[in-house]
Every structure is written in structure tokens, then in C-alpha cells.
Write a protein that binds this ligand. Sequence first.
Ligand code: ZN
Length: 420
Amino acid sequence: MYDLIEELFPICRSITGDGVRQTLEIIKKHIPLEIHDVSTGTQVFDWTIPKEWNIQDAYVIDPIGKKIIDFKKSNLHVLNYSIPIKKKIKLDELKKHLFTLPDLPDLIPYRTSYYKEDWGFCLTHNEFLTLEDGEYEIFIDSSLTDGSLTYGEFLIKGEISDEILISCYICHPSMCNDSLSGVVLATFLAKQLVSMNTKYSIRVLFIPETIGAITWLSLNRKNTRSIKHGLVITCVGDSGNLTYKKSRKGDAEIDRVAEKVLKESKSPFTILDFFPTGSDERQFCSPGFNLPVGSLVRTIYDPSPEYHTSGDNLLFVNKESLGDTFEKYMEIIFILENNRKYINKKPMCEPQLGRYGLYNLVGGSKHVDSVHNQIILLWILNMSDGNNSLLDISEKSGYTFREIAYGAERLLKVDLIGEI
Ligand code: ZN
């Protein structure tokens, strides 16, 4: 995953354009993505697909002829979606188009102007303070033309058509945690899940944030009925603790499962109720859809000082955190896949477990393992009245989901419970 971040990091991406296509082509080397293009001008709910933006180069030359801001050194230096421009202007005029972070004077901010035609440059505040009066040459070799919005989609067909939705966004330029960590995690989840014969079908989306989610929802309105659980992946590679942002429903199965996985991990974590800012869960959880889609991240976007700056670089993410978050996502999918309801086939009093090889026949044994396993079986038998799922039983009993699932497997083998 980290290697893939390194490969994708230098590409200048935006909500449209060749950077997105190049990114999707690289992901396609790992999973068989289907790539979709939606034309400029297409109406998607209240929005319109904008013109396609591409950029070759951009720089500022100072009064003594020195190139001081150079897109080729960092693609964050240009205001994303800047119109093409080439002219000489005075410092006062240039300053109206410069963006800095006075509180974080060593970092370059990431700024966009998708829906207002504008141009600009982003630079460190320290560099900004060195600018002297005089005439500056500015050059942005970009284009805004009729083209398309591009996104990637991969559907892993499961036993049933009900889906788990995994969504990430591919529109940020050189930023590692915000965006790219989610992209690589989604890629490797898909790579793993495709070989696993899952019960659920799994749909993985690689879309530009906001406009991409709106576009996909607009084009796939009917398909959304199949989405039973969903997660938006971003900010999963930093060294912070895990944070789960609940779906708008708040009590969806995905919300309970994510919380369960975090609790069982025994590491510190945070659970947040849904709020209408953030990433594409805003669209998936808009009231017209209200899909059960949450978001599992590490350090959540805004409070992090590196957020939307050049500080969100290859040093800000690490392999251990990516690996740890990957495991948590896999565990969530494991629980979703195995969370079923069973019915006790011998509900009149307890069945005599010894007859089924499920009880240590030497009475009074203190063997911790067998007592532990027998208690789990009693929980499952007692709760399996058709109303409680394995997740319910795990929550009520305090045993881990995997312990309960293993117990259910044993009871199923001897036909003491049946799936409903
Ligand atoms: Zn962002």
C-alpha cells in the first residue's frame, strides 16, 4: 500500500482531467477497474459536470528573473483549477492571488477553485514574506475544455446481490493521508476480497470527491437499494488512533459492527455521530438516499494541522498504520459477512451437550478453555430464538464476535441450530 502511495503521490490530480485517468490506470494494474467518463455539462441532481481541467506547467518569476514558485516542484503551488494566464504584474496585484498559512509558515496550503474561474498560487508563508516590490512574471499553462469527469468502479459479485459499498476519492493532488491512503486501502481491500468468494457483492468506487459521488448517485439511483452497508475510506495512514464516524442513521448494522471492531481491538478509539461535513458520506447519507454509510479514519481531517497542506506527505503516513487500518476494515467485512441469525432447534430446556460431543463429561472440571467454550454455546443456544443475530449475542455476552461465530459453527455442525 505504501509503495502504491509513493507511485501515485507525484501525479497532479483534480476532480477531472488526465491526472485522474493516470491514477485509475495505475490502480487498474492491481484490480480490473471499469472506467467511466461522464461528459462536461451533464446535469447531476443540482450540479453540472464542470469543464475538464488539465495543467502542464505553472510558475512565478520574481523581478530579478528567478523562478520562485514552481508547479514542477510541488503541484500544490498552483490553485487547483486555475485558468490559463501569462502576464507581468506588480506585487500588490499578485498578492491578491497568493495563498499562505501564516500559522504554519513552512507549509504550502492546498486550495481549489472548481466552480469559480480564477487563478492563483499557494506558497509557504515564509517564502511569501521574502517577496519584494517589483514586477512579477506569472505563467499558468492550463486548459479548461469540454471533456469529462472520470471515475473507476469495480464490482465483486458475491453469493447475493446485496452490496457492501467501499468508496474513496481520487481528486487530491500530492497528498498522502487525505485521499491517497484511502485509495490504496480500497485497492488492496478489493484485491483481497476478490479472491475470497464473499456472501455480499462488494462495490468499490474511485471517484472525485463530492461531484463524483453526486454523479455516481445520480446515474445509479436504482442500484442504491442494494447497498446494505458502506464505508468511505480516507485519512487511514497517519499514526493517530482510529475514529469511526457513524452513518446518518446512527444505528445501522455498519455502525454497530465498526464500533464492535474498535472495542475488540483494545486500542483507544473515538466514535463520532454523523455530521453533514466531511467526505462523500455527506452525499450517500443525504436525506433522499440515507444509506447506511459510515467512515472509518484515523486522525479525522480538520483537527490535523497537516490537513490540506504540503505537510500531508510521504512522511505523514506509515506502513504500520496502513496495515492496522487494513486489518480493521477486513474485520468489519468479516463480521458483516458472518453476522447471521439462527434458531435453536431444541429450545425446550437446554439440550444435553454431552450427547453432541460439546460438553466435558467429567463434571466439575475447572478447565478454563472448555468452561469458556461451553458458556459461549449456552449464550448462542439461549439467544437464538430468531430475533438475535450473532452480533447481538456477542454484544450481550461480552464474548468476541469471532468466539461467538466459532461457537455457532460448532452448534450448526451438530444440527442444534439452523440458519433463518
Ligand atoms: Zn481533502
